[in-house]
Structure formats: structure tokens, C-alpha cells
Design a protein around this ligand. Structure first.
Ligand code: XMP
Ligand code: MG
Length: 178
């Protein structure tokens, strides 16, 4: 575990350790295991950023659960491009299913604000959001996160799936822009 990392032209400092992240994911899993006992939720993980969170969360589940991935993207470099693109779409029917979205981070909320109506349109039985991180000071759209890992300051972060221009996803920890 390094106190600081260099990714391309930017320096980042350690913000959340591997242990802190994993402990929080266990807590989220305990809550989901309790809330969904006897049901069979379908988790929809949003690529690319959420792949590590989805994997570690899914391993902690004791209930029956399904998992699929979709790919949305609105970020280029360190600022949102403002447009949410669907690169890989949904290949499952959501009708009367219990859906849990898995996101790495809710920043402005724009991505989920555009994506959620498309899911609701398919009439799922329920829809909840699990996000590892949110940035309350950056939120522009009303996105209620039902299962949250950490609320963080409005600073760019990398690691644990999150990238800066494609790099930094492999860190087990989360680092914050210095
Ligand atoms: P919005 O603003 O739509 O953003 O809620 C959600 C998506 O933007 C990416 N994002 C980040 N990626 N460090 C990153 O590496 C960040 O600090 C950050 N903030 C937002 C992320 O892909 C998320 O799904
Ligand atoms: Mg993402």
C-alpha cells in the first residue's frame, strides 16, 4: 500500500484502505442479505468502474441473486462529458424483478438519472441502488442511494475500479487527487 501514487500527469494520495473498503462492503452485503431473504434480486452492475465492487459485493451474498452488466459512460478524463452513452445494453427482462443497481460512484447523479427511467419503463417489482461512493457536494440530480459505502468530498478519486483516463483501476485502495 503506497501513501501516494502517480497516474499520468496527476498525483493522488491514499484515501480509503483496502480494509476500510472491504469492511464497508461486508456491511452492505449483510444489509442486502437481510432485506432480500426469500427473494432473488437481479444486480445490474455498471461498467467499467463498478467491476471490482460488483465482484467483492457479490461474493459476500448468501441469498440467491443474479448478476448482469451494462456499460454506460459519461466521463472523459476528470470531468463529465455531459452525455451518457450506452455502450453495452441490457439483455435481460426486468418485468416484476427486484433490481439492485451497482455503481462505483454517484457524482452529479446524471448517469443514473438518465438510466433509471429506462429501467422503470420495464416495470420491475422494485429498484434500489448500491453505490460504493457518493459525492454529496457534487450531486445535481436527486439520486437516492439505498446501500452506500462512503460519502466523500468533491475531489476526483482513482483506484478500486475507478480510473483516470483508463489508468489506476488496478489499485486495491482508493486514492484522492492531491
Ligand atoms: P455522474 O456524474 O453521472 O458520474 O453521477 C458517475 C460516473 O462518473 C464517473 N466518475 C468518476 N470516476 N473518479 C473516477 O474515476 C471520480 O472521482 C469520478 N466521479 C465520477 C464514474 O464512472 C461514475 O460511474
Ligand atoms: Mg462508472
Amino acid at each position: 500500500m503506497q501513501p501516494t501514487v502517480q497516474v499520468l500527469d496527476k498525483k493522488f494520495e491514499l484515501y480509503l484502505s483496502e480494509t476500510e473498503i472491504q469492511d464497508q462492503i461486508k456491511k452492505i452485503a449483510i444489509a442486502i442479505n437481510k432485506d432480500y431473504v426469500g427473494r432473488r434480486p437481479l444486480f445490474i452492475a455498471i461498467l467499467n468502474g463498478s467491476f471490482m465492487f460488483a465482484s467483492d459485493l457479490f461474493k459476500q451474498l448468501t441469498i440467491d441473486a443474479e448478476l448482469c452488466f451494462i456499460k454506460l459512460a459519461s466521463y472523459k478524463g476528470m470531468t463529465s462529458s455531459g452525455q451518457v452513452l450506452t455502450a453495452i445494453g441490457l439483455d435481460v427482462d426486468l418485468f416484476e424483478k427486484d433490481i439492485i443497481i451497482i455503481e462505483d460512484i454517484v457524482d452529479t447523479g446524471k448517469t443514473l438519472n438518465e438510466f433509471i427511467p429506462k429501467l422503470i419503463h420495464q416495470q420491475p417489482a422494485s429498484l434500489k441502488i448500491a453505490a460504493l461512493l457518493n459525492k454529496p457536494d457534487a450531486l445535481e440530480f436527486p439520486i437516492p442511494v439505498d446501500y452506500l459505502g462512503f460519502s466523500i468530498p468533491n475531489k476526483f478519486v482513482v483506484g478500486y475500479g475507478l480510473d483516470y483516463d483508463g489508468l489506476g483501476r488496478n489499485f486495491k485502495e482508493i486514492y484522492q487527487l492531491v
